[in-house]
Design a protein around this ligand. Structure first.
Ligand code: COA
Length: 189
């Protein structure tokens, strides 16, 4: 019995907040958390990309152990423009990985974007594809573009790394077609 308790994963509590609801101290804590979760490679642009929408915070007691941001963006394929919940800054504290906390915050983020947006999307490197595929995210296989002042520019380096999650409002789509995001500073996707 004691051994069973010893191996039990800590219980995680979820809090979903709008960006503007976070206090300066909470924002500083989140930034430090993400910096550590990304091995000190979470830059200013990454931080900007994680702001302006909602945050799913995973807490063990008062400690932040997991996070996912959902920010609004527009994505286009053909004549269809989707108001998209774009997932950014997914991270779990290094010593808390492998306990399902990443899955838990992503399921909550998916619940939020299904209720709020027409489509979910994110960009992920190959090492994380199985994590998102297990959660039902679908890889976009068509060519990707960014729209800059009305002109569509190829983002070939991002091809195959964009995932989408349909919501009840998505309608039909073809993952082999071109997918276009609106411009932002830093990484387009
Ligand atoms: C990716 C990350 C968020 C996963 O968090 P986690 O809490 O360890 O993941 P979970 O324990 O919830 O894993 C859920 C499932 O995905 C699997 N999984 C998680 N990461 C995986 C990986 N890199 N490769 C293969 N499978 C993975 C788990 O084995 C588990 O599988 P199961 O459904 O069979 O049990 C975490 O490793 C992390 O913070 N990485 C650094 C930051 C980062 O890369 N973020 C993603 C940016 S796109």
């Amino acid at each position: 019995m004691i051994l069973a308790l010893w191996h039990a994963a800590p219980v995680i509590q979820l809090r979903t907040v709008r960006d503007e609801e976070l206090t300066a101290d909470e924002l500083a804590e989140l930034r430090a958390f993400l910096n550590a979760a990304y091995d000190h490679e979470f830059g200013d642009e990454d931080w900007r990309h994680a702001r302006g929408g909602s945050h799913v915070l995973g807490l063990v007691g008062a400690e932040l152990v997991a996070h996912a941001a959902v920010v609004p963006r527009n994505l286009r394929s053909g004549s269809r423009v989707w108001r998209t919940g774009y997932v950014e800054a997914v991270g779990v504290r290094q010593d808390q990985r492998g306990h399902g906390h990443g899955r838990t915050v992503m399921l909550k983020a998916a619940e939020h974007l299904r209720a709020t947006y027409e489509l979910g999307a994110l960009s992920a490197g190959p090492q994380n594809w199985p994590f998102y595929e297990r959660l039902g995210w679908l890889r976009w296989t068509g060519p990707t573009f960014v729209e800059v002042r009305g002109e569509q520019r190829r983002t070939a380096e991002d091809d195959g790394e964009v995932f989408v999650l349909p919501t009840p409002a998505t309608g039909e789509f073809d993952r082999t077609e071109p997918l276009v995001c609106e411009w932002r500073s830093g990484d387009a996707w």
